[in-house]
Design a protein around this ligand. Structure first.
Ligand code: SAM
Length: 326
């Protein structure tokens, strides 16, 4: 197993099933073009072999399925069924929720316990402006169906100063009412935002988010797993009881690079050790190679991916989130 000088090792794997997405969020996609499937995306069999080998060689314990949008590809069902039988400690996925309602029977059958849904606003028009696609009601229906089926939901919201800052309180109220943990993701300097005035214009940091929440709720900081990316808070009622939690993924305000255990596999077969690095390590050919060759090649790629990790803070990079799935 590879451990670096900060004691970091790979524990969490994010697998992007496809680069295609049915949204074109303003902060993720620069020109509003819907994302298409890459020409050379890995098959379900190759993806599953990748997971199996990375469990063995890198020590992967937890898996998050992502994209693009993982629910737009027919690979989702077969991949989910395959990974659920691999003995991982935790399997979840992240989705924009547009196609979620129709997948709930499959999720229940596979025993998925938790889903992360990305939702930036509860306001119809604003939703269309930010996502540049999709329908808000479809997402809300998907969330309700999951909750009805006993599947826990976490919500991810990227607060933007000029886009949805007024939605911080409505989104938190919506989440608390349903026992959902809402995570505010600080805008990341990725892709077209890496060196752009748009980042400075739209960035809303943890301090500002907490000030808005503090105007309406009493909260206190609470525990998070040692390698969690989120700073977590309890929300208190008048009589001091805890009525729920929320979190802030504070890439900028409180970077978590020093404890990062994440590894990403892109849909076209590249390993990424760090969102902030443009380096990527091709492994598609290894996934078709005999076992001994695959293991040796993966070890080499993993050393490279580990060396890409930042030591202190996320500094941003040209890599586009849609390609590796956040
Ligand atoms: N389509 C899936 C979804 O919506 O969850 C998975 C892929 S999406 C790229 C994963 C997450 O990355 C979403 O929550 C999205 O809001 C977030 N994201 C994309 N670009 C971002 C950026 N520049 N800063 C912060 N979060 C970003």
């Amino acid at each position: 197993m590879i451990v670096d000088r900060f004691g970091r090792r790979f524990r969490n794997l994010r697998v992007s099933l496809t680069a295609a997405c049915n949204y074109a969020c303003t902060y993720c996609v620069p020109n509003g073009k819907r994302l298409m499937r890459a020409r050379d995306e890995l098959s379900v069999e190759e993806l599953l072999r990748g997971v199996e080998l990375l469990m063995e060689v890198a020590g992967i314990e937890k898996l998050r399925i992502t994209g693009g949008e993982p629910l737009v590809t027919p690979k989702f069902d077969g991949f989910l069924e395959g990974v659920m039988g691999m003995g991982l400690n935790d399997v979840s996925f992240t989705t924009n929720g547009q196609l979620l309602a129709g997948k709930v029977p499959l999720l229940a059958r596979c025993g998925i316990e938790r889903v992360n849904v990305s939702l930036d606003t509860l306001h119809q028009d604003r939703f269309r402006q930010i996502a540049r696609g999709g329908d808000l009601d479809a997402v809300l229906t998907g969330i309700e169906r999951c909750l009805d089926a006993g599947i826990r939901v976490k919500l991810n919201m990227v607060p933007l100063k000029t886009g949805n800052a007024d939605q911080v309180l409505p989104m938190l109220a919506y989440a608390l009412e349903r026992g959902i943990e809402l995570r505010f993701i600080e805008l990341m300097r990725m892709g077209h935002l890496a060196h752009s005035a748009a980042f400075e214009r739209d960035f809303l940091g943890m301090e500002d988010i907490l000030a808005v929440i503090g105007s309406h709720y009493r909260y206190s900081r609470t525990d998070a797993a040692w390698d969690s990316t989120a700073v977590r808070f309890d929300v208190h009622s008048e009589d001091e009881g805890v009525v729920g939690q929320f979190g802030v993924i504070a890439n900028e305000s409180e970077p978590f690079c020093a404890t990062c255990t994440r590894l990403r596999l892109s849909a076209d077969g590249h390993l990424h050790g760090c969102l902030s690095s443009s380096n990527r390590h091709p492994i598609a050919d290894l996934l078709r190679a005999p076992r001994e060759e695959a293991v040796a090649g993966l070890e080499h790629a993993l050393y490279g991916a580990m060396a890409d990790k930042q030591s202190v803070a996320f500094s941003g990079g040209a890599t586009v989130m849609k390609l590796i799935g956040g």
